[in-house]
Design a protein around this ligand. Sequence first.
Ligand SMILES: Cc1cc2nc3c(=O)[nH]c(=O)nc-3n(C[C@H](O)[C@H](O)[C@H](O)COP(=O)(O)OP(=O)(O)OC[C@H]3O[C@@H](n4cnc5c(N)ncnc54)[C@H](O)[C@@H]3O)c2cc1C
Ligand code: FES
Length: 291
Amino acid sequence: MIANVSQSHMGLAGHIAVEDQLFMPVQGRIVKIQPQTALEKLFTIELPDGMSLGHRPGQFVEVSVLGVGEAPISISSSPSRSNGAFELCVRKVGDVTNALHNLQVGDWVGIRGPFGRGFPYEKFRGKDVLFAPGGLGLAPLRSLINQVIDERAMFGRVIILYGARNPAELLFKDELAMWAERPDVELLVTVDRADETWTGNIGVITTLFRKISINPRNTIGATCGPPVMYRFVLMEFSGKGISEGNIYLSLERKMKCGVGKCGHCQINNVYACQTGPVFPYSEIKGLEEAL
Ligand SMILES: Cc1cc2nc3c(=O)[nH]c(=O)nc-3n(C[C@H](O)[C@H](O)[C@H](O)COP(=O)(O)OP(=O)(O)OC[C@H]3O[C@@H](n4cnc5c(N)ncnc54)[C@H](O)[C@@H]3O)c2cc1C
Ligand code: FES
C-alpha cells in the first residue's frame, strides 16, 4: 500500500491509484499536434475508453516513448476545457522530448499521472490574481489562467505579465491575442530582445511590474519560469506587498518516478514531485536548495 494515497494520486478516471497504477503507464493517443515555436509543440492527447485525466492546474504527467524513456511534463490545458483530452507543451531538449517531437497524430505515448500538488485555485476565488509566467513557464500557468477565465465571475482582477526572450519564442500567440481582447483580463507582454516585427514592451519580465498597481492584501501571485527568473520575480511580488503565503510558484526539479520513490527531485527533506511542484513561497523560502 502507498503510505500516502493523497489527492495527488487521484488520477486517471478519478480512481484512487494503487501502487501498480502509479508505475504502469496508460496508453494515450496523440490526436493533434500544433507547432508553437521552433522548439515547442503542443500535443493533444486522448486516453483510452474516454478516460478522464482528472487533473488540477499545476500538476504534471510522466510521458513515455517506448524504447526511449520517460519525462515529466506539465499539463497545459485547463480541467475546465478537458473534452476528454488534455494538452502538453513540449520543448525539445533531449532524448525523450526529441522522440516526442518526431511522433505523428495517431501515435501512442505512455501516460502516468497526474502527479504532484497543483495550484489551490479554489482558495484564489474572490481575489485578484497576478500571473507572471516566463518562457515555457506559460505552459503550466496556462492551465490555471484558463481555469480562472472559465470561472471569471468568481475572481477579482486577472493580470498576466508574460516575458519571453524574443518574439519568436512567445508561446500560445493566438491565446495571448484572445486574452488581450478581453476587457476583464489585463495582459502585458515583454521580450528581452525585440526584432523588426515587435512594437511592444522590451525588457525582462520584472520591468512589467512597474507598469501595474495592485491591492496587495487581496492579490495572489503565481509564477513559473526558468530558475534564474524566480529570485527577481519573487522580489517584485514581495515589493508589491503580496504576503509570502499568497505567492505560488511551480518548481521544476529533475524527476524520475514522479511519485516520491526515487529521491531524484529531493530538496532538503521535501520531494518536489509530491509536495510540489507548486509551492507557496512561505513553504520553501527556508529550504536551502529550493531557489
Ligand atoms: C514537474 C515538471 C514539469 C515539467 N513540465 C514541462 C513542460 O510542460 N514542458 C517541457 O517541455 N518540459 C517540462 N519539464 C522539463 C522536462 O521534464 C525535461 O526537459 C525532460 O525531462 C528532458 O528529457 P529528455 O529525455 O528530452 O532530455 P535528456 O536527454 O534527459 O536531457 C536533456 C538536457 O536537459 C536536462 N534535463 C533533463 N530533465 C530536466 C529537468 N527536469 N529539468 C531541467 N533540466 C533537465 C538534462 O540534464 C540535459 O542537460 C518539466 C519538468 C518537471 C520536473
Ligand atoms: S521524482 Fe522520484 S521521488 Fe520525486
